[in-house]
Write a protein that binds this ligand. Structure first.
Ligand SMILES: [Zn+2]
Ligand SMILES: [Zn+2]
Length: 195
C-alpha cells in the first residue's frame, strides 16, 4: 500500500505546487491591476493669473514614481472663495504625499507657462505655480502668491505634496513612509510672510 502512496503523494505535491503557483500568479496579477489604477490628482493655482488647474499623475508599479498623464485647466473658484469650495461636496480629501514619489517631468503651469518648483502656500492652503517667484540678490527665492491670497515670503524645501487620490476601483495602496528629505526635491513651501 505504501508503494502506491508514494507516487500519489508526489502527484499531490505537484498538484499543490501548481495550485500555489497559479494562486501566486493570480495574486501578482491582482496587485499589478491595483497598481495600474493608482492615481493622484494635484490641484494648483497660477500665481500670476489666479487660474486653477489640476495635474493627473499615475504610476504602473507600487515601486515606481507617479508620472504626469494630463494637465487640465479647471473652473474658477466657486463664489465664497476657498471657504465655499471647502464646503462643497465635490472636493476630494486632500492629504500630503511624499514628493519623492512624483516625477514632475513635463510639469508646467498652463496659464503662465511657469516651470520648475511649485509652492505649497500655508496662507491659502493651495499649491501655487512659481510664476511670481524671483531670485533675490542673495540667492534666496522670494515667492508672491496669487492676488486672492497675497502672501509673500521666502521659500523652504519640503518633501511633501498635497493632493488627492484619483478615481479608482482598486484598493488603496499605501506608499512607503516618507524618508529624509532629498536634495533633489523641487517642492517648495512658503515659510511665513515677510512683508
Ligand atoms: Zn502660472
Ligand atoms: Zn497663498
Amino acid at each position: 500500500m505504501s508503494e502506491k502512496n508514494l507516487p500519489a503523494n508526489a502527484a499531490n505535491r505537484a498538484l499543490a505546487a501548481a495550485r500555489d503557483e497559479a494562486l501566486s500568479r493570480r495574486l501578482a496579477d491582482m496587485r499589478t491591476e491595483a497598481a495600474l489604477s493608482e492615481r493622484r490628482v494635484i490641484r494648483y493655482v497660477c500665481a500670476k493669473t489666479g487660474g486653477r488647474f489640476l495635474v493627473r499623475f499615475q504610476r504602473d508599479t507600487p515601486e515606481g514614481r507617479f508620472t504626469i498623464k494630463a494637465i487640465e485647466k479647471t473652473a474658477p473658484a466657486p463664489p465664497g472663495g476657498l471657504f465655499g469650495s471647502l464646503l462643497g461636496k465635490a472636493e476630494p480629501e486632500v492629504r500630503a504625499y511624499a514628493a519623492k514619489d512624483f516625477d514632475r517631468t513635463g510639469w508646467h503651469c498652463p496659464y503662465c507657462e511657469a516651470k520648475g518648483s511649485t509652492i505649497y502656500c500655508d496662507e491659502c492652503g493651495q499649491n501655487v505655480c512659481s510664476g511670481r517667484t524671483r531670485i533675490l540678490p542673495n540667492g534666496d527665492e522670494f515667492f508672491v502668491c496669487h492676488d486672492a491670497c497675497g502672501a509673500a515670503g521666502g521659500l523652504e524645501t519640503t518633501d511633501e505634496i498635497r493632493g488627492s487620490k484619483g478615481h479608482t476601483h482598486a484598493p488603496a495602496l499605501e506608499g512607503p513612509k516618507r524618508q529624509a528629505r532629498l536634495g533633489q526635491t523641487v517642492m517648495k513651501r512658503l515659510e511665513g510672510p515677510k512683508r
